[in-house]
Ligand binder design. Structure first.
Ligand code: FES
Length: 379
């Protein structure tokens, strides 16, 4: 025979010819629209014009998901959902209504509905909601039978997930409501795991998107600075060295994207720019620390103890000449005569000169540059 759009063999095993999804709605166009959309996605769909006939189909066919209109003649949608939970708790109910409100959504969820679609809804929204419903139904059906003694409410799952994202907490709240309606512990735990996996997935995806967004913003920021520098030099190719110095002044080093952008804007070969950037000691193709520490190894400084000074500086900063510390606070490098031989052995920090500082003075200097430390005296 034919019940409301689904073929059910008379006297035969109803589930063998069952539907995956049942739509209960007194609006015929809504039933048909949902059915066609779902069948196009490969679901077997059935329809019913009211709660009474819908429940008949539920009894016979045991669909995985039931879409229920809230306002129908005869039984209301909430009554239908409550009956469905009694008939088979694994069946997933989804509310479809043109009278969406927070209160009706909460009431539906309390009765066991897994989702709430406000008419008119997009086909994609329907398909996604049904997909999740089918998944939930399969999880429930795969869960072991209800134990004889029902364990105490969900203290253990909450202790397992004290720091999960808000989405998980909201899911747990809903599950608490399911649990209050008598769902067994196995169902609860299976659903908990599914929600936890979903929360992790969304958190990771969101993190990746935010990291990419940050990188793009940084790139745009850098290229804008390069443009400003080039414009300041009125796009003169002859000013290339000064442009590179100015770009480095802004970015603290010369990243590849800045060099490529410079080459493009000035219409000069990238190789020529790299030749210049590699030749001049003042230009850095590696990320540099926030503060540049230079120790002079020129002749005058050398004879007056520059190697010992370099050893002291390396020891205080924890890096060798040519290195940058992991926090990218200091870069240490050596130079040959800074033009202040009277201070020999001399060193420079961010352009400020020092003469033969002791370990104690160096330590005070380093502390002054480190964040959240009180500035110390300089040598
Ligand atoms: S040799 Fe060191 S400043 Fe001249």
């Amino acid at each position: 025979m034919f019940i409301d759009g689904i073929a059910v063999a008379a006297g035969g095993p109803a589930q063998a010819q069952g539907a995956d999804v049942l739509v209960i709605d007194d609006e015929q166009f809504m039933c048909e629209g949902c059915r066609q959309t779902l069948e196009a996605e490969g679901y077997r769909a059935a329809v019913a014009p009211d709660g009474r006939r819908g429940l008949e189909i539920v009894q016979r066919v045991r669909p995985k998901v039931v879409l229920v209109d809230l306002k129908m003649p005869g039984m209301t949608g909430t009554e239908v959902i409550a009956r469905i939970s009694e008939i088979d708790p694994s069946i997933v109910s989804i509310v479809i209504t043109g009278y969406g409100s927070v209160e009706s959504a909460v009431d539906s969820m309390k009765l066991g509905a897994s989702d709430f679609l406000t008419k008119p809804f997009e086909p994609d929204r329907l398909i996604e909601s049904v997909r999740r419903g089918v998944e939930l139904n399969e999880t429930r059906r795969a869960a072991p039978p209800v134990p004889a003694e029902v364990p105490a409410p969900a203290a253990a799952p909450e202790a397992e997930a004290p720091d999960k994202p808000a989405v998980l907490l909201s899911g747990l709240e809903t599950l608490g409501q399911y649990y209050a309606l008598g769902l067994d512990r196995s169902d609860f735990l299976a659903e908990m795991k599914r929600l936890e996996a979903e929360a992790r997935y969304h958190a990771e995806t969101l993190g990746q998107i935010k990291r990419k967004e940050r990188r793009v913003l940084d790139l745009v920021h850098d290229l804008r600075l390069v443009d400003e520098v080039i414009a300041k030099h009125e796009y003169h190719k002859d000013a290339l060295l000064q442009i590179l110095l100015d770009v480095q002044e802004e970015l603290n080093w010369l990243p590849r994207h800045a060099l490529r952008w410079t080459a493009r804007r000035l219409n000069v070969p990238l190789a020529a720019i790299y030749t210049i950037a590699s030749f001049y000691e003042a230009l850095s193709l590696e990320p540099r620390g926030e503060h540049l520490v230079e120790v002079c190894l020129g002749t005058a400084c050398h004879v007056r103890g520059a190697p010992e000074l370099l050893t002291r500086v390396s020891s205080v900063l924890g890096i060798q000449a040519g290195q940058t510390d992991p926090q990218q606070l200091f870069t240490l490098r050596t130079v040959h005569c800074m033009g202040c031989c009277a201070l020999a052995p001399a060193m420079k920090v961010d352009g400020q000169y020092f003469s033969d500082p002791s370990v104690k003075q160096l330590q005070a200097m380093a502390d002054a540059y480190r964040p959240e430390r009180e500035p110390a005296c300089q040598g």
